[in-house]
Ligand binder design. Structure first.
Ligand code: IPM
Ligand code: MN
Length: 362
């Protein structure tokens, strides 16, 4: 049966890094007899320029008819002056919401070749292997009202709202994931201040009763921010509210050397998912062939694993990326501990990954 992957390159380096990941995927599909079509649509600033909106209906419709979505990045200085409804970021938030992708998984794993690239001591970083499960379609990002108030518009409100069911489904995902890992969940909240966090904690404790094999702890978000730096190897699965997860995942990315290495998967109850690098559109280096495609290539691996049941091929991508980095080959954003460093372009990096995958298969 034919599968459909919709590609949303977006802005800045988005088109370059998604082109890389698509090349890797096409190479894998061609040698594994999979019938997959790729359809490209616009999102973010590119969509504003073409259609006057960051999320055209055509893009939403196409995503609804897809098995998986691969997204690059959105945003750039060109669109910074726009009103809120017309900002590229609204395209990204809009597609997550429209598709109901409530669970955002961000794996944080040490790459041996990159431990020197981390600002933290090697001994802290080597053991790092956890996943952040960030709630993605509720909380502070989507709560209403969110507006200026008063006759002079000099009051402002944002709302952190959740239904019990919205918390339950993402917490459930985290427990399911923990079963496949080291069976340890850290739930992160601000229950000493926020009512939403107290309900979050309740739901986690209720869910925990059905998973006696999973060890659960609660951490306050401020303390967790510190623990991520002082003792990162304690974590296996972290689960948290939308904005806490946004902030902590950028913090966590430096553990493994670079935001340019961090993939993400946004999932719901069925197999449909959206896959994107955790980094932004890096307009300063766009179009120069300098962008690191690995976060998007690793996101493509997650796409194979979660949306297409191709675990073996997903692992082949991950192994190839490790091998290439261990050989000292990398884009200019990384610092690899190797005497024979070789700095390569976006497309050369992609070639290396594809060659390594093919070499490992034969
Ligand atoms: C992310 C990004 C987005 C978010 C922005 C671009 C809206 O920072 O994916 O983490 O805050 O979710
Ligand atoms: Mn973010």
């Amino acid at each position: 049966m034919m599968k459909t992957i919709t590609v949303l390159p977006g802005d800045g380096i988005g088109p370059e890094v998604t082109a890389s990941a698509v090349r890797v995927l096409k190479s894998i599909f061609s040698t594994s007899n999979r019938n997959v079509q790729f359809i490209e649509k616009k999102i973010g600033g590119a969509a504003i320029d073409a259609y006057g909106t960051p999320l055209p209906q055509e893009t939403i419709n196409q995503c609804h008819h897809s098995d998986a979505i691969l997204l690059g990045a959105v945003g750039g200085p060109k669109w910074n002056q726009q009103s809120m409804q017309l900002r590229p970021e609204q395209g990204l938030l809009g597609i997550r919401k429209a598709m109901g992708l409530f669970a955002n998984l961000r794996p944080v794993e040490a790459f041996q070749a990159l431990v020197d690239a981390s600002p933290l001591k090697q001994s802290f970083v080597e053991q790092v292997d956890f996943v952040i499960v960030r709630e993605l379609t509720g909380g502070l990002y989507f709560g209403r009202p969110s507006e200026r108030l008063g006759p002079n518009q000099d009051r402002v409100v944002d709302t952190l709202a959740y239904s019990r069911q919205e918390i339950q489904r993402v917490v459930e995902k985290a427990f399911q994931l923990a079963l496949k890992r080291r069976r340890k969940i850290t739930s992160i909240d601000k229950a000493n201040v926020l009512e939403s966090s107290r309900m979050w904690r309740e739901v986690v404790n209720e869910t925990a009763k059905r998973y006696p094999e999973v060890a659960v702890t609660h951490q306050l978000v401020d303390s967790a921010a510190m623990q991520l730096i002082t003792n990162p190897s304690q974590f296996d699965v972290l689960v948290t509210e939308n904005m806490f997860g946004d902030i902590l995942s950028d913090e966590a990315s430096v553990l493994t050397g670079s935001l340019g290495m961090m993939p993400s998967a946004s999932l719901r109850a069925d197999k449909v998912g959206l896959y994107e690098p955790a980094h932004g559109s890096a307009p300063d280096i766009a179009g120069q062939g300098k962008a690191n495609p690995l976060a998007t290539i690793l996101s493509a691996a997650l796409l194979l694993r979660y949306s297409l049941d191709m675990d073996t091929e997903a692992a082949q991508i991950e192994t190839a990326v490790r091998q290439i980095l261990n050989q000292g080959i990398h884009t200019s954003d990384l610092h690899v501990a190797n005497h024979e460093d070789q700095i390569v372009s976006t497309s050369e990096m992609t070639d290396h990954v594809i060659h390594a995958i093919n070499a490992n298969r034969t």
